[in-house]
Design a protein around this ligand. Structure first.
Ligand SMILES: [Zn+2]
Length: 454
């Protein structure tokens, strides 16, 4: 077999970890990480795309080339390809995996960067843009990156907004396009190299690149006990500092209020059903029922002061933060019981109706077979049954969704309460506030209602 000199690589992958915020290492190390497509070209020959997720195998000589230091590997942002392929080899072809240190070393899990060249670094060195798209445009390449890429990556490479993964079989035509996209990326990379070959990167710069890769592979040691204690101290910060911080915040809120940007705006309602309006005043801003001076039906619910409303909210946040486990955990527990009850009651009923419908369809078919009813009548009845089936499925979905939604909100509140300031929480978790005399009922997203005297 002819020896390989260079390998041009571009891969498409899936992971549940967000690449931009977490970086490539946690992204690739996730148990959900998956190699979808492996596009490559050997010594500048025609690009091959291996459909890994559909069971195609990367040829042995290519797998070997990944750890063969005499084969130079090119990729655009090559760290991504190198780290992802390190994890892929380790998991699927441990016999081919070889690192550049011992396993006890944190770099021991990754392929040696020494034989990798990054065309992004190359572009940067020659003063060109960094992204593949912009380099391609700047160099006026014949072959340009495909515009459909972003949508395809959203479809196949990251979980959807419900956290679900989508597979090629769900959209075969789009998958075909994605394979095209992968192939094109390799072609664009090769074209860039072709153009830049007269302006090579000096070996000393590649040495620096390899050193920087090794530094990234190794990471830095963090004193975790120190970090954990620091987080704990932050959580039990003394009362005085806390009150001081709150006072500062109220002060800054007062400033905001003057600019008519009160964060409670639109959320404050009166027990009479109408809204409370924010009234900026010289000394003390306040809220009043919009029907307070209504001629026909005046509302006697008194005004409330803005600082008192803020203070009540902050007290509530403090309670929630201190007693999150006592307040929110039982809610989640009750919700789970509720879910079971609702599901068992209503869903059982719906399932019984489904059974009836199936029975009815069966009888109808029989009647038709025995010529007791016309074929037309059968088709018409079947269509009606189908409609009701769809309705039932829809209802079952909705019942589960309501409870799921509430649980989701409660969990969000649980997470936010200890890390976010009361001021910021207003917009994030308050659904509405109902005023009844000197009491405010804060209704949070997800339905949790908490009463606080002002
Ligand atoms: Zn009112």
């Amino acid at each position: 077999m002819k020896t390989i000199k260079t390998l041009e690589i571009d891969i498409e992958t899936y992971s549940d970890i967000d690449l931009l915020s977490a970086g490539v290492y946690p992204y690739a190390e996730s148990s959900q990480f998956d190699l979808l497509l492996f596009g490559y070209s050997v010594d500048g020959s025609e690009v091959q795309v291996i459909d890994v997720v559909n069971g195609e195998c990367i040829p042995d000589n290519i797998l070997k080339a990944l750890t063969d230091d005499s084969v130079i590997k090119y990729a655009h942002n090559a760290s991504f390809e190198r780290i992802c392929m390190s994890v892929y080899l380790r998991r699927h072809y441990p016999e081919y995996f070889r690192s550049y240190s011992i396993t006890e070393d944190t770099i021991g899990g990754y392929l040696d960067p020494a034989s990798w060249r990054c065309t992004m670094v190359w572009s940067a060195y020659d003063g060109l843009p960094l992204s593949l798209r912009n380099v391609g445009a700047a160099l006026h390449l014949d072959s340009q990156k495909m515009d459909e890429g972003k949508a395809l990556i959203r479809l196949f490479c990251v979980p959807d907004k419900n956290g679900e993964r989508h597979y090629p079989s769900e959209a075969p035509d789009k998958w075909e396009l994605f394979r095209e996209y992968n192939k094109r990326d390799v072609e664009v990379e090769m074209a860039i190299q072709q153009k830049l070959s007269r302006f090579p990167v000096p070996e000393t710069v590649w040495d620096e690149y390899h050193l920087s890769e090794e530094i990234n592979d190794r990471g830095i040691l963090i004193d975790m006990p120190l970090v954990e204690q620091a987080v704990r101290i932050d959580a039990i910060i003394d009362r005085e500092t806390f009150v001081g911080a709150q006072a500062l915040m109220v002060k800054s809120t007062a400033k905001v209020s003057k600019k008519n940007e009160n964060p409670f705006r639109g959320k404050v309602k009166c027990r009479c059903g109408r809204s409370y309006f924010f009234i900026p005043a010289a000394h003390r801003n306040y809220w009043e029922c919009s029907a307070r001076f209504d001629i026909a039906m005046p509302c006697d619910n008194p005004i409330i002061y803005d600082d008192a409303l803020n203070a009540a909210w902050e007290r509530l946040c403090t309670k929630l933060r201190r007693h999150a486990d006592d307040i929110l955990t039982p809610c989640l527990g009750q919700l789970a019981i509720l879910e079971e009850n609702i599901n068992q009651g209503e869903i059982l009923e719906l399932e019984n109706r489904e059974k009836e419908l199936r029975q009815r369809r069966y009888v109808l078919c029989k009647l038709c077979a025995e010529n007791c009813i016309t074929h037309e009548k059968l088709l018409q009845s079947e269509a009606e049954i189908e409609v009701e089936f769809a309705e039932i499925a829809d209802k079952i979905d909705k019942i589960s969704a309501v409870v799921d939604d509430t649980a989701e909100h409660l969990e969000i509140i649980y997470k936010l309460i200890s890390t976010t300031s009361p001021q910021r929480l207003i917009g994030m978790i308050i659904e509405k506030i109902t005023i009844d005399n000197g009491t405010a009922v804060f209704e949070l997203k997800g339905g949790l209602k908490l009463r606080e005297v002002m």
